[in-house]
Design a protein around this ligand. Sequence first.
Ligand code: SF4
Length: 90
Amino acid sequence: MNTNSEHILDNKWSRKSIHSLTPFTLIDYPDKTSCVLWFAGCNMRCVYCYNPEIVKGKGKYNFYDIRDFLRSRVGLLDAVVLSGGEVSDA
Ligand code: SF4
């Protein structure tokens, strides 16, 4: 039994779960400036999926990359949209 979960959490945050990032959009969150985080991977294979490259692709960004990006946008963005991919290996 591991009573020190710190390194486990650190590994989780280091995982590259984000496939791509739309840094700015005016159409994905009503009446707000926002960015979109596109999560990589999905264990479903819906025939109507509009993001097959994301569902079958690998992530490029981890939590720290996204945190740094969001810190650079404080005061500029009102919202963050989470989309994907459904992260099948979380
Ligand atoms: S991302 Fe959504 S639409 Fe695409 S395969 Fe996964 S569940 Fe289906």
